[in-house]
Each structure stands twice: as structure tokens, then as C-alpha cells.
Design a protein. Structure first.
Length: 234
């Protein structure tokens, strides 16, 4: 497979650690231990402290500890960061529209019971993305940066204050058993760089094996993680 600048194909060993309990923060025993030993400190983290966690796996574990208000606070600060960029009036109105889903208390979907099967919401998100792509000319990378990644956005081109390879993992065939899922099949942005051919990735269940469903994927990390970013033929 051709090497891609922002996509690191990792060969991962299978965890011997059981991932069966529903109240766990991570399937990685070291991260799970860290989370359980620091629940109070994590729950009080600032956005800067949260973003400074060294890996996405730590961020997702911490995010699962946050209550609804802390999650809203974290995303609201990202919204304020976005506001400082040089958007046109039409572009900013469109960003406001998608952020109203979590920042507007009357519309907030943080407490929705079943986001994965909310057809009205899924249609709204689809139409928002279609307008962003077809009318505003935003690509997948820009849309991902605005409302799929929790990281700080550096510019309108969708560059983040981190490397994409920390966000996206493609597995080799046969891997996946015992790992926690890392993307949402209902709200996926695995292939944010529009790759074609062997470099294309999509969110799905590994052909051989499975992954442990967890929370914190997709748009605003609202959806269940039920798949992994996989290359063709895996």
C-alpha cells in the first residue's frame, strides 16, 4: 500500500485484557487504570489539559468521564476558537447551525436516547454536509475539522493542531479482536483526504474479528463507536 502523509498503518497486537464491562473507560488496561485512578482530576480538566493528553485513546477515556456540561464546555471553547478564523458570513452561519445541536439548550442532543437510530437527525446532518460540500465548497478534511475532531483548528483549510495519523488507524487483515471500536458507521469520517484505490478507508467491522463498541465517535463524538477505519480488502 502506498504511504500516505496523514495515514499511518499500524500493526497492533491483540490485547489479552478482557473488554466486557459496560462501565469501562478504555479497553487498554493501562488507560483504564489511569482513568479510574484520576476520575476527579479528569472531570475537572480544562480544554487545554484535555487536548494535551498524548493520545486519542486517553482523550476518549477522559471524555467518557466528563458529564454533559463539561462536554458542552469543551465543544463551546472549540466553537469560540473557530469564530476567530476568517469565515464569510454564510460560512459562519452554517457552522452556527451545526453547533446549535449541542450548544443550544433547547435543541441539545447530548441527552438524546438513541442517536444512532434518529432518522430525522441523520437526515439533518446529511443535508448540512451536502450544503457544506456542494454550496460552500468545503472538502471532507474541512468538515471533519469543524465538527468531527475535537482538536483545535488552525485555519479554514482544516489543518489541526495535531497529526491526522493520531486520529485514523487502518488495521491489517485478521486484527481487531479485543480492541475497542474507533469510528461510527452511522457518522464516519475515516477517509478525510478522499483517497481512492488501496489507500481508501471506511468505517466497518473487521472481516476477521470484531471490536468492542464504546461511546465517543462521529459528529461531536456523540455516536456509538461500532467499527474501525479499514482499508479495502480487510
Amino acid at each position: 500500500m502506498q504511504k500516505v502523509k496523514y495515514l499511518l498503518v499500524l500493526v497492533m497486537s491483540i490485547f489479552s485484557f478482557s473488554c466486557q464491562k459496560s462501565n469501562m473507560y478504555s479497553c487498554d488496561p493501562d488507560i483504564e487504570r489511569w482513568a479510574n485512578e484520576n476520575v476527579l482530576e479528569i472531570s475537572r480538566m480544562s480544554r487545554m489539559q484535555f487536548l494535551n493528553l498524548k493520545k486519542d485513546s486517553y482523550k476518549r477515556a477522559a471524555y467518557r468521564i466528563f458529564d454533559t456540561e463539561k462536554k458542552r464546555e469543551i465543544w463551546n471553547e472549540k466553537y469560540q476558537e473557530l469564530e476567530k478564523l476568517d469565515w464569510s458570513e454564510v460560512e459562519w452561519k452554517h457552522i452556527e447551525l451545526i453547533y446549535s445541536l449541542i450548544l443550544d439548550y433547547e435543541k441539545s442532543i447530548f441527552t438524546s436516547i438513541d442517536l444512532n437510530n434518529n432518522d430525522e437527525l441523520l437526515i439533518f446532518i446529511y443535508r448540512w454536509q451536502e450544503y457544506a460540500n456542494n454550496t460552500l465548497g468545503w472538502n471532507k478534511k474541512q468538515i471533519h475539522a469543524i465538527c468531527y475532531s475535537i482538536e483545535k483548528v488552525l485555519n479554514k483549510q482544516g489543518d489541526l493542531d495535531k497529526n491526522f495519523e493520531d486520529e485514523i488507524i487502518a488495521l491489517t487483515q485478521g486484527e481487531g479482536v479485543g480492541f475497542e471500536c474507533s469510528c461510527s458507521q452511522k457518522s464516519s469520517y475515516c477517509d478525510i483526504l478522499n483517497h481512492e484505490g488501496p489507500d481508501y478507508t471506511t468505517c466497518r467491522t473487521p472481516t476477521r474479528g470484531s471490536c468492542k463498541p464504546t461511546s465517543g465517535c462521529g459528529l461531536f463524538w456523540l455516536f456509538e463507536c461500532d467499527g474501525m477505519c479499514l482499508g479495502l480488502g480487510i
